[in-house]
Design a protein around this ligand. Structure first.
Ligand SMILES: Nc1ncnc2c1ncn2[C@@H]1O[C@H](COP(=O)(O)OP(=O)(O)OP(=O)(O)O)[C@@H](O)[C@H]1O
Ligand SMILES: [Mg+2]
Length: 276
């Protein structure tokens, strides 16, 4: 049975997709079989894993991925693609612009939140880890993604907006517990893009996070800010992870890779929760 992990935070740009990509790389390096579900119409994870130049077949396949959730007859296995050779062991259920329509189509349908989980049940025995990326908003897709997961990982920077974004993710989890009986999804908060860790401002913001969200916050490490990560999204294509970028880079960058290694251990270590 795969361990299923979604990332979510209503705040944009806090490192959700970066976290998915780095975890995929980390698990793939360990020879785990990985499925990335791109549930963000921006398709950032899709483009990282499949490359920027998509052929026609793939474009068509991506819009089919959207039909998957509307037509019970379509099997999920027909919508999954192998990532480029940079990503051995990684498969992807790609996203496209049309995924945005899913919210309107599913809104108000009985039991809509179970749709992704049910689809994943068809293939989860083929994977060790399934990673679900979500976009910078709370919508129907957030409910589907969280319902499907054993763990919701919430990347956050130390801004007030991102802090509020965590509350929004918690509200979804609380609603799923109350209205859908899904009360056993773990929550983990990861501080990303962390700078000046020893500054007073950083310490105060971190304390505030711990005060509000307690032991859900990973206290033992953060993901450091590294300018190269942002630059690499343009400079290196089609698919690249920070690990590859940093291979030829300064030693100081290694902390980034090391932190994601620790994260992989943290999020894979917990045992899988029971289904409802
Ligand atoms: N630790 C980091 N240091 C520096 N830049 C980073 C770091 N993590 C992510 N970034 C950069 O910040 C930008 C936003 O990251 P990312 O796309 O992962 O965020 P996101 O939460 O997925 O955004 P969205 O909400 O739009 O989906 C990207 O350009 C990425 O390269
Ligand atoms: Mg993203």
């Amino acid at each position: 049975m795969a361990r299923i992990i979604a990332v979510g935070n209503r705040k944009g740009g806090v490192g959700k997709t970066t976290t998915i990509i780095e975890l995929a790389k980390e698990f793939s390096d360990r020879d785990y079989t990985v499925l990335v579900v791109d549930f963000d119409p921006q398709g950032n994870a899709t483009h990282k894993l499949l490359g920027l130049e998509l052929d026609e077949d793939l474009e068509e396949g991506m819009s089919q991925a959207m039909d998957l959730f509307m037509q019970p007859k379509i099997g999920i296995v027909d919508c999954i693609y192998k990532a480029t050779d940079d990503w051995p062991n990684v498969h992807i259920l790609p996203s496209s612009d049309t995924l945005a329509n899913l919210d309107v189509l599913l809104n108000g349908r009985m039991g809509y939140e179970k749709i992704l989980r049910n689809k994943l049940t068809e293939i989860e025995s083929s994977y060790d880890v399934i990673l679900i990326d979500t976009g910078p908003e709370i919508n129907v897709k957030t409910f589907l993604a969280f319902f499907a997961s054993d763990l919701v990982l919430i990347p956050t920077d130390l801004s007030e907006d991102a802090h509020n974004g965590i509350y929004a993710a918690y509200a979804v989890l609380d609603s799923l517990a109350e209205h859908s009986g899904r009360d056993n999804i773990s929550r983990t908060i990861l501080i990303t893009q962390s700078q000046k860790e020893h500054s007073k401002a950083h310490k105060i913001a971190k304390q505030r996070l711990i005060k509000d969200f307690g032991s859900a916050v990973i206290d033992s490490f953060t993901i450091p800010h590294r300018a190269k990560v942002r630059e690499s999204s343009w400079a290196f294509t089609p698919a690249i992870s920070a690990k590859t970028v940093f291979n030829k880079s300064k030693k100081s960058q290694e902390q980034f890779v090391l932190s994601y290694k620790k994260l992989a251990e943290t999020v894979y270590g917990e045992s899988r929760s029971e289904d409802n």
